[in-house]
Write a protein that binds this ligand. Sequence first.
Ligand code: ZN
Length: 360
Amino acid sequence: MHSTLSEPAAHRAPITPQLLARLPKVDLHMHLAGTLRPATLAAFAGRHALALPRPVESLYTYRDFYDFIDVLRLGARAVRSAGEFERMAYEAVEDASRSGARHVEMSFNPQYYLPAGVPYRVQLEGLVAGVQAAMRDFDCSALLIAALDRGLPMDSARQAMDDIVGRRHELVVGVGLDGPEREGPPAQMAPLFQRAGRAGLKRTAHVCEDNQTLQEAPPSNVDDCIELMGCDRLDHGYNLLADADGVRRARDRGVYFCACGITSVARNRERRLRSLRAMVDAGLPVTLNTDDPAMFHTDIAHTYATVLDGCGWGWDEARAFSLAGVQACWLDDAARRDLRERFERELDALQGELAGQTER
Ligand SMILES: [Zn+2]
């Protein structure tokens, strides 16, 4: 089929859930704690005599953002043995792969598990085993990101960074920063992040998240994450839209924003979609990701469907997001190039199919 004929036809084709499941995708902003299947969390909680706040069927239905954080913290207390970390990581890759993810970068918070007496060594051992087993069983590669929570004491952050830098593993490719931004400006983490950078780790941080006000998460935090913390990419970024100069600076730097289409609180979803659209319209490099897929009742195919439908986007945008994910990922150069070639082949094949359907 001639490409000049097939391309416009592909643009008119409906973007169905079946198509999006087959679209090759990358997920770069996914918290392992938020990937726990409800049944897995219930099983772990039962094993450690932790009470669930409500029945397992409604465990992931939240009153508000802070109720969601409570459930996330329950998950943190419930994962303790290397075997449990292994199962968490394995199931996360399995679920991602089922929705057409070919590569994922999953973050975990070492600080969450230390109070229950689970050392970093045990966390790492389990997570690495789970990722390696999943990569053998599923058509999806995976890397790990060790994240600090800005809501926890600085002593705990320093301890975690000692572990992260002291026990390097090739699968732990970078560090992240999450937790409510109101708890402190990115600058306070700059020395720890610079240390991670000297150790050869990539850096990302949650910034300008829209569950925080402009005072709590000001656009200037994006500059600080890049200039003071040395971030290679950023998570979220919506509040940056309030500052046109900040948007221009971010666009000039070309740092990717790993945004998410689904939020913990349903009433914020329309606003999230408007922000995503505005970020893309402003020319910011944006990737689509799930954040906490199990806990938000989503997966990467559903996230694509929600965003494309909500923003009135079609095939061109689906293809662009798919390739942006590859571009922003932290695989080494050779692996990223291979992944990109694979994605382009699969995207071309899908596009040809779409064009055929439209012409019939
Ligand atoms: Zn997140």
